[in-house]
Structures are given as C-alpha cells and as structure tokens.
Design a protein around this ligand. Structure first.
Ligand code: AMP
Ligand code: MG
Length: 481
C-alpha cells in the first residue's frame, strides 16, 4: 500500500506535520473490507489495529493536520484547523486520489482547548451514517475503520475513546480558503485554488476564467449534494463553512440526523438554537457558504471588481435556481412524476403539506406509496390521522400517473429503487451506541449490514423500517466533541 501526500508541496502555513498520539489498548471494532479492496489496501489484523489507532505509521506516511478557518453559525472564526485529526496520506486508485485520515488521533497545534480525541459514540455514528449515505447514493466521505482506544475521554461523563479512519476525495473546505483570504494572503488563496483545481477539476485548468469555473464546479457539486440530502430527509446539522467541501462530498457527521416525521423546520443539533441549519434551510445555507467561497476568490474572478461581483452573483443566483429545480425533480421522482411540470410540483407540495400537518414519517410515507398504488396499505394510511385530505390527494396522484404512464405495473419497482426502506434512524443509532458502551457491538455491526441494501426489504430487518415510538424518539443530537 503506497501513500503519497500532495498537501506537503503546499507552503508551510497550510499544515502542521504531526504524528498521531499512540493509544493504550486499541481494538478494531470494524474494518471496511469492501472499501479497503476498492482502494487496494491489503493489511493483516495486526496492521489494521496498529495503523488505524495511530500506534504505528504506514510506510511513506507523513501525517499532517490541515489548517483552516470557518464561519461557525454565521460568525467568522479565523483559526480552526484539524484539532483532532491527522491526514496520513493519499491513496491513488483508478478512480482518483483519496485522503486517508484518522479522526480522534490526538492533539495538534490546532487543538485549542480540545483534547484531540473522540469518544466512541461519535465514531460509531459517523461509521454507520457515512456508510449508509454512500449506499443511499449520496456523495460522502467514507469510513474505513473504527477502533476503540482502550482509553477514556472526558466529556459530560467519562466515555470510551475511539478513532475513525475516513476516506474522502480531499479535506479542502470553504474554510481553508477563508483562512488565507481573511488574512489578505492572496497569493496563498491562489495556490490553494490551483491545488483544488488540480485535485478535483483538472479539466477546467486550461479554461480562460478557471477561478470562476472553480466556483461554478463547487456550486454544481454542492447543488447535487444538498438536493440529495433533501430527497432522503438528511439534516447535516452543522453546515459551517469549515464543514463544507470543495469536492461536494458530505463530511463531518456530528449532530446530523435523518427525519422521522416530516417538518421543514426540524432541528436536532443541541447547539443549533436558532435553527440556522434546520432541514428546510439547507439549500439557502449552501448558497450562503458558496457566497463565502466567492468572496475568497473574487480578486481572481475578474480584474474589474464590478465585473467580478456580477459574475459571482450570477453563479450564486443560478445555484439557487438549479438547486430548487433539482430538489423538485428528485422529490417528484419519489412520487413517480416529472418535476418539470407545474401541476406535478403542485401535487408534491400538497403531499408535503399534508405530511407536515399529520406528522407523517418521511421515509415510510414515500416508501409505502408503491404499496398504496394498487391496494390499501395500513403502513401508508397510519401516517395520516386526518384521512379525507390524503384520500383526495391519492386520487389526484393516481390520475396524474395515468396521464403520464401507459402501464403502471413497472412503477412499483421504480419507486422502490428511489424511496429507501432503511435509513439510519436516530433512535436505532443511539441504541447501537448504548450497546457498544456495554461492550456489545452486535447491533452496530448489524446496522452496518442493513444499510448496505437500503432499497431492498428483508423480513428479519423489519425493526429498522419502523418509525420510533413516542418514547423512543431522539429529539436532540450532539457533536460529541
Ligand atoms: P467540528 O465541529 O467537528 O467540525 O469541529 C470544529 C473544530 O473544532 C475543528 O477545528 C476541530 O478540529 C475542533 N475540534 C473538535 N473537537 C475537538 C477535540 N476534541 N479536540 C480538539 N479539537 C477539536
Ligand atoms: Mg469539522
């Protein structure tokens, strides 16, 4: 397994070379064999636990902590950086270059008041959630390994510690640009932009306005990402600019959560007191984050600052329009209809309104549409305490389908390939963590298996398709840092 590290070629201020801090008694909880295979990683058990706990260094590894800043909840923090993570290096395979990063691996010069560690709970959470997102078809960082450290970390109480190994297309964020731009280090911004283009969008290198093109590409990938989130009911929870990638992948699974009952104002994160990152706000926050990136790149977009502003504004306006349309397209697909038609959009909005009023479960409602298409389905009707409106809606929906399709028989399969039956529900994830804290990892391992096939119903996994009972509901999630 050969590691390279292209970040090392960047100026000194971009990173700190720092080794992970060894841990006392590491134990591998899970190693992602499928992902390892696809990356060409072949290691024995001993090597896995030693490398992915940070106790040993892979050959050629020059571990670094990356420097970045970021807007957290709208406020600019000029100095953040990898305070509890180190990038071991990069792996190149046929699909491209991937960062290999340990999270929870000890202090770096960016740790500020933190201990550089992670509790096991957030490690398990990120493993389950990021892998589930991957199998749901959402661009995301992935989890290669979860290791228990055999040490404790002080949080609200003492908790077992863990290290997650994550794989991502890169760890460049809007916050990385903001670090240099806020210090007026424009040459460094340019170096970073060139590096980002080389890494993610090499095809734009030769275009005339490649920094504007960079902004457009990030906008386009983030637009795809956020619309996917909306279509599966994912709430990131901390869309700070330091968690907003240049690659367009989901990173930083902190207080994130999936919707149970639908409400656009839904917030889980304990630290998001004003609902800045509520479910329905995600597209406009993405636009806000892109505006921050545009601000960093503005001097390179055009020499004439008015012209540069005009061009950047156009990108942001297009982002909002395109994202709204993409969300409509994906959401209309969930009901088997074409999102380009106004009457279908109206039907979709009506359904969402009824779902909101009835506190209908997001995943179950859409999934059971394929059942209610041809027969009555309790699963579907149980979501609605007020039946009159939803019955009227169903009639209109079926009429719209008949107008669009000659033959409805294939629609069941099609809907079932779009609407998942299994999502990592908060109460299930929390249960897996609670059991892991009692040294029972069976639930965690089972969940990881279940979410590998989120669209295929398996009778023994029925508990994962159920909505939480009132008493099981998790209403708050935490960063766990
Ligand atoms: P996050 O909320 O995970 O995106 O982290 C925000 C910032 O806090 C990043 O700079 C992290 O590196 C830093 N951070 C979070 N937890 C810790 C910790 N336990 N020790 C040191 N730094 C941390
Ligand atoms: Mg972060």
């Amino acid at each position: 397994m050969k590691l390279s590290n292209s970040y090392i070629g960047l100026p000194e201020e971009f990173y700190q070379v720092v080794n992970p801090t060894p841990v006392k008694n590491p134990k591998t909880l899970i190693f992602n064999e499928d992902l390892a295979d696809s990356l060409g990683i072949k290691l024995g058990n001993e090597e896995v636990v030693n490398f992915f706990s940070g106790n040993d260094l892979l050959e050629d590894s020059v571990p670094i902590a990356l420097n970045y800043a970021g807007h957290q909840f709208g406020n600019f923090v000029p100095q953040l950086g990898d305070g509890r993570a180190v990038l071991l290096g990069e792996i190149n395979n046929k699909d491209g270059t991937y960062d290999l990063q340990l999270k929870g691996s000890g202090k770096t010069m960016f740790s500020r008041q933190g201990d550089g560690r992670s509790a096991l709970g957030p490690v398990i959470r990120e493993y389950i959630l990021s892998e589930a997102m991957y199998y749901l078809g959402v661009p995301t960082s992935r989890a290669l390994a979860a290791v228990a450290t055999g040490e404790h970390v002080a949080r609200e109480t003492f908790e077992p510690g863990g290290v997650l190994t994550r794989i991502a297309k890169s760890h460049l964020r809007v916050g990385t640009f903001e670090y240099f731009a806020s210090r007026q280090q424009l040459n460094d911004v340019k170096i970073l932009a060139d590096f980002a283009i080389q890494r993610h969008y090499p095809e734009i290198r030769e275009t005339e306005k490649h920094y504007l093109e960079l902004l457009k590409r990030v906008a386009s990938n983030q637009s795809k990402l956020v619309s996917k989130w909306m279509s599966i009911g994912f709430i990131h929870g901390v869309m700070n600019t330091d968690n907003f990638t240049i690659s367009g992948e989901t990173i930083d699974y902190g207080p994130c959560a999936f919707l149970d009952e639908y409400h656009p104002g839904k917030v889980f994160s304990s630290i998001d007191q004003n609902g800045r990152y509520a479910f329905g706000n995600q597209p406009s926050i993405a636009s806000w984050n892109l505006a921050s990136l545009a601000g960093c790149l503005i001097a390179f977009i055009d020499k004439d600052s008015d012209k540069a502003n005009e061009l950047a504004t156009e990108v942001l306006d297009n982002f909002s329009k395109e994202t709204n349309q993409k969300i409509l397209d994906l959401m209309c697909e969930k009901i088997g209809l074409n999102g380009g038609k106004k009457e279908n959009q109206t039907l979709l909005r009506k359904l969402l309104k009824i779902m909101m009023d009835n506190e209908a479960d997001y995943t179950i409602t859409f999934r059971s549409l394929s059942k209610v298409l041809f027969e009555d389905s309790d699963e579907f009707f149980n979501q609605f305490s007020e039946k009159k409106e939803i019955n009227a809606w169903l009639n209109n929906w079926k009429q719209a389908l008949k107008n669009e399709y000659k033959d409805l028989s294939k629609l069941t399969d099609r809907l079932n390939r779009i609407n998942p039956v299994y999502i990592p529900r908060n109460h299930q994830v929390q249960l897996a963590i609670d059991l892991a804290y009692e040294n029972d990892f069976s639930k965690m391992l089972e969940m990881i298996e279940v979410f590998k096939n989120p669209f295929k119903e398996v009778s023994e996994y029925v508990s994962y398709s159920r909505a939480p009972l009132e008493k099981e509901k998790i209403r708050r999630t935490y960063c766990g840092t």
